[in-house]
Design a protein around this ligand. Structure first.
Ligand code: AMP
Length: 396
């Protein structure tokens, strides 16, 4: 079954065309700067690449252009859009209502609309993507796959915030967690690498521009670092992660910031970018640290310490760890960061093999010493494949 996987953002659209039965990636691409000047980058296989710079004023124009690119010209991969048998949508927030993926109906769209206050930046774009696909491909079923769904197994003791309880019951204030499809995929791959161990205790470190750690017990999310919104937990590219909540009124008072400004400050100006003053891209920070920049070094150490803090905390919750997994841009590619995070954890039975850690590869691999009680894996994530497979299961 050919599944078109769509990740619709406010000014960008990422897509993949996947054969869900064979897991074969047929084509992928991204449209950026929708409503500004518009760029479509389309890739078929290893080598066939196409970039179109055009005025793309709306999400509808962008999806029409993607469908055209899939069916016409040099990078054509299918004869007609009728070959697309289903569309899988990444949806940011499913609240407590969506505990698993679901076929998109009018009722489902309405429910996702009701959840907009929980994800004001993301859910509207996701809904738009669904509406456009239903309009352009009226006979094709659509499936919504939620970033929050995997974490719905978290028990109350981990998802409640220590605030008056009525704000949970009346205002849905709680931890939801994100990156669910990635944590699910990576933990499932880890379980396979552990020879399908029945009772498993896994910690997944998804370290990219957005980052989160998840404690996975017997294949289910037990706790995770992101909270009500993706601002919680680790220090990220531009997001602060957890800070003393008292910082917020203090800054608003001292700098005369309003709600919008403080949200912008914590989401877009903080984290790696804010501390380093250089960039949100960790490669640039590592390079600056290598050139002797002290603040870049502190940035790296702060980031790694926070990951280490959660590994230790979750190891305690899980009562030990069978495997620690590193994934996403930083987790998959930076041996330096993996090394710093695992440093000094030998007392917990976590022993990194420096040589294995330095080997470059884009396949799943083990990087612990043979004597290590805990396995350490690098597992490339594949959120789109999970979306395609969930879509296939529901549509089949
Ligand atoms: P993602 O959001 O998963 O695409 O990850 C993006 C992040 O991964 C950026 O901060 C990149 O700088 C970082 N990244 C990618 N490759 C490397 C690398 N080789 N070393 C360090 N960071 C990397």
């Amino acid at each position: 079954m050919l599944v078109f996987v769509l990740n619709a953002g406010s000014s960008s659209l990422k897509y993949q065309l996947i054969n869900a039965e064979t897991s074969e990636l047929k084509a992928s691409g991204i449209v950026e700067r929708i409503g500004i000047d518009g760029v479509l980058k389309h890739v078929v296989g290893e080598n066939r690449k196409l970039t179109i710079e055009a005025s793309i004023q709306s999400h509808k124009e962008a999806i029409e252009l993607i469908l055209e690119t899939l069916t016409q010209g040099e990078t054509k991969i299918i004869d007609s859009i009728t070959e697309i048998q289903a569309v899988g949508h990444r949806v940011a927030h499913g609240g407590e209502f969506f505990k698993e993926s679901t076929i998109v109906t009018d009722k489902v769209i309405k429910k996702i609309e009701e959840l907009i206050p929980l994800a004001p930046l993301h859910n509207p774009a996701n809904i738009l993507g669904m509406k456009i696909c239903r309009e352009l491909m009226p006979n094709v079923p659509n499936v919504a796959v939620f970033d929050t769904a995997f974490h719905q197994t978290m028990p109350e003791v981990h998802f409640l915030f220590p605030v008056p309880h009525e704000d949970y019951t009346e205002h849905h204030l709680r931890k939801y967690g994100f990156h669910g499809t990635s944590h699910f995929y990576v933990s499932q791959e880890a379980i396979k690498l552990l020879d399908n161990k029945k009772e498993s205790r896994i910690i997944v470190c998804h370290l990219g521009n957005g980052s989160s750690v998840c404690a996975v017990k017997d294949g289910k999310s037990l706790n995770t670092t992101m909270g009500l919104t993706p601002l919680g937990g680790l220090m990220m590219g531009t997001r602060s992660g957890d800070i003393d909540a008292g910082v917020i009124p203090y800054l608003m008072d001292r700098k005369g910031m309003d709600t919008h400004q403080i949200i912008d400050y914590l989401n877009k100006k903080s984290g790696i970018l804010g501390v380093s003053g250089i960039s949100s891209d960790l490669r640039e920070i590592i390079s600056a640290a290598n050139d002797g920049d002290q603040r870049a070094q502190v940035t790296i150490d702060m980031m790694c310490n926070r990951v280490k803090k959660y590994i230790c905390s979750y190891a305690g919750l899980l009562g030990g760890v069978d495997a620690i997994c590193f994934t996403a841009g930083i987790g998959e590619n930076s041996d330096l960061i993996r090394n710093k995070i695992c440093h000094n954890l030998e007392f917990m039975g976590i022993e990194l093999d420096n040589q294995k850690n330095q080997l470059k590869s884009n396949i799943s691999r083990e990087i612990n010493r043979d004597t290590s009680k805990t396995k350490i894996f690098v597992i490339p994530t594949n959120e789109e494949l999970v979306i395609a497979q969930d879509t296939y299961k529901l549509v089949k």
